[in-house]
Design a protein around this ligand. Structure first.
Ligand SMILES: [Zn+2]
Length: 234
């Protein structure tokens, strides 16, 4: 086979993969599905009802990752500026942090498990340390307020977060896939539809790459429609 052929095959393979791979944005919940999910949270027994609501709201509207929710601490809240400040570092040695440290040490010969654990917990990337406004709706603001009335930190495992979301989704009879990361994608999509620009969307979501924000905005079509209407309706 000539190099040209194999290149073309590689391209075709990648292209096929791009067309058939399942993307998180395909699992995004509609506004109606998200409301049904929140409604279902309240039907769960206490304290799971509130925990599920807290998770669904801060993941599904503010885009927090499951790992961030599992390490959420009320010291992250800036009440003067109504911001959640995801820190670069939060001392932790939970089961998840230990497992991650072991993995990191396995991948990097110059790093010991102890050294890896010393910098845990930290968010996924440097861009993930960010400030997230929580006064975007009264509903969100109240949920954060209720959380601080009850807890100092979330202090539940990643697994618990998955379970709460799953329980709420079952209760809501939401067919298909509902999981913490699809709630994060739901938040991104929600803000893209509202017309949030690429740079603030990237900052909110803590993406390292502007292209991800641009992808959500392109899929939403809002920016395209607005730009075309501005030209044609003047
Ligand atoms: Zn931890």
């Amino acid at each position: 086979m000539t190099p040209h052929h194999s290149e073309r095959n590689a391209w075709a393979k990648r292209h096929r993969k791009a067309l058939t791979a399942r993307h998180t944005h395909e699992d995004v919940l509609t506004d109606r599905e998200f409301e049904l999910l929140l409604e279902a949270c309240s039907e769960l027994p206490s304290p799971r009802a509130f925990q599920a609501r807290f998770i669904c709201l801060i993941a599904g509207r503010l885009g927090l990752r499951a790992g961030e929710i599992a390490h959420f601490d009320t010291t992250w809240l800036d009440w003067d500026r109504m911001l959640i400040r995801i820190p670069q570092y939060e001392p932790c040695a939970c089961g998840y942090c230990r497992r991650q440290s072991i993995q990191e040490a396995t991948r990097n010969d110059e790093l010991t498990e102890e050294e890896a654990l010393e910098v845990r917990w930290h968010p996924k990337t440097i861009a993930s340390a960010r400030a997230i406004p929580f006064d975007l709706s009264l509903r969100l603001e109240l949920c954060i307020e209720r959380f601080t009335n009850r807890y100092d930190s979330f202090s539940h495992s990643r697994l618990t977060i998955n379970r709460r979301v799953q329980e709420a989704a079952n209760q809501a009879n939401l067919n298909g896939r509902v999981y913490p990361h699809c709630l994060r994608a739901t938040a991104a999509s929600y803000h893209a539809y509202k017309g949030v620009a690429p740079v603030p969307l990237q900052a909110l979501m803590g993406w390292s790459d502007l292209a991800t924000a641009q992808k959500y905005i392109r899929i939403s079509g809002t920016a395209t429609a607005d730009a075309l209407r501005q030209v044609h309706h003047r």
